[in-house]
Design a protein around this ligand. Sequence first.
Ligand code: CDP
Ligand code: CDP
Length: 213
Amino acid sequence: MIIAIDGPAASGKGTLGKRLAEHFGFAHLDTGLLYRAVARVLMERSIPLTDRDAAAQAAQNLDVSHLEDDSRLRGAAMGEAASVVSAYQPVRDALLAFQRQFGAQEPGAVLDGRDIGTVVCPDAEVKLFITAAPEERARRRHRELLSRGEQAEYETILLDIRRRDERDMSRSTAPLKPAADAMTLDTTHLDADGTFRAALDLVERKRPAKVGR
Ligand code: CDP
Ligand code: CDP
């Protein structure tokens, strides 16, 4: 059983993915961390993000353990850098097998990202496309950064989010878009609890008998 969650930056994919995974006893993978980790390898070695070969090599050799505990992967700069290297096809190819293996776990897995329903797990039983207005997403990210004690300007975050969305949607390889069979959930006026309840309703409507521990 695979639950695929896609959507733009700060729409609440990760928060929802974690909640759904806990609810069903599934494993959860935030696939954005993989692209962030590739970007970090280049940045740490002072290799320009435009070096496609180096990015592909970093993706092939990536240590995928403990990414969720690595605070250096969080933050706006790494998200922006991830969006640059994620547009390279060989980078995406190198990360595909790991994501598919993750999705094959029993009793199930939740993966969130940009292309889970379209490319990584096109046969996922449940596909959710999570959206929210850019202004609301910027407010959420702003709040998140301030609560971690980081300096952040709302207007700068909004510009970053718009630019990243545009790049993710317009790239030729695995662009951000809902799969044809995805259910879209607009969370502009929903908090994390409301989003979880609405998503659970969609999941259970889709797989009434088979979902659950
Ligand atoms: O994974 P993604 O970038 O899509 O978003 P996230 O990291 O799950 O959520 C970004 C921030 O928005 C977090 O601080 C969440 O707690 C918050 N959030 C929210 O305020 N309302 C929601 N409906 C979902 C998330
Ligand atoms: O948390 P947030 O939504 O801000 O970003 P993320 O999910 O960590 O993703 C960072 C960047 O990685 C995105 O802007 C995408 O360019 C890329 N990404 C991707 O191309 N495909 C995925 N499945 C996940 C992330």
